[in-house]
Write a protein that binds this ligand. Sequence first.
Ligand code: SAH
Length: 282
Amino acid sequence: MPDLKEQLKSKKFMFKHKYGQNFLTDANLLKSIVNDANISEKDNVLEIGAGAGTLTRYILERTKNKVVAVEIDKTLQPILEENLKNSSVQLEFCDFLKIKPEQIKKWFNGKKFKVVANLPYYISTPILFYLIDNQLPVESITVMLQLELAQRLSAKPGTKDYGALTVLLSMISNVSLTRKVSKKLFFPEPKVDSAVVNINFNYNKFDVDFKLISKFIKNCFMMRRKTLINNIMNSYNITREEIKNIFNMLNINENARAENLTDVQFVELFNNLENILLVLKE
Ligand code: SAH
């Protein structure tokens, strides 16, 4: 592979800040990310944000199965084609968030796949929500994120980092921060450090309709400073008294905020609100 900086220059490539383009070139780091993703020969892999294909190349070294790499920036096409020539990768040039989930399933013939990405920072959270809300057959997600977001994903209840994404992920997966990465290893260098997070799915922890509970939990965290009761009243047609009764029954403090509840408590609360009041259909 040619020297990346030279290649980008010779192709007159202009970095687009709005797409969160911070590329990786360090071979050891790229190998480590693919190791953290636990990719073996038979795995299908989806890469989001292929960039110049540096990470894609290491993914392709590890699996003989299908690799699909999505990239929004068409001006990277000649660079990607040069760097990944003679490989079996399927390149797709589009906005990942605009792809229909059915389309992604088709790429992999309905089979399971692993996600690996050095995610564009400006849309890391929406991409993670997209992957979990659409219940695609994703085995694991191994992604580079801003350190702060990485820490939020594995935060404990009662801390300021604990949010809707933390609760939802803890319901369906095991999250681990596998390595911290200095901003110096990116080109161009971003303002903050990053970390690699590995999310391993285990879909059977609770028997609930995931789409509905996901909406419910997002509503519970809508206004972080408000109490949980106020957030629920804001989103659903239910009185304070009705919620208080359920809180008492479940031993949840009336002044609790969303960040104080564990995933088990959210599921209990959801099941009770759903069964008794049928308010969660919207
Ligand atoms: N994987 C490469 C590039 C990471 S930078 C590497 O590690 O070096 C993030 C990449 O995501 C950029 O190439 C950017 O153009 C792309 N990107 C940004 N928004 C996107 C979107 N909505 N859909 C697909 N790709 C996107």
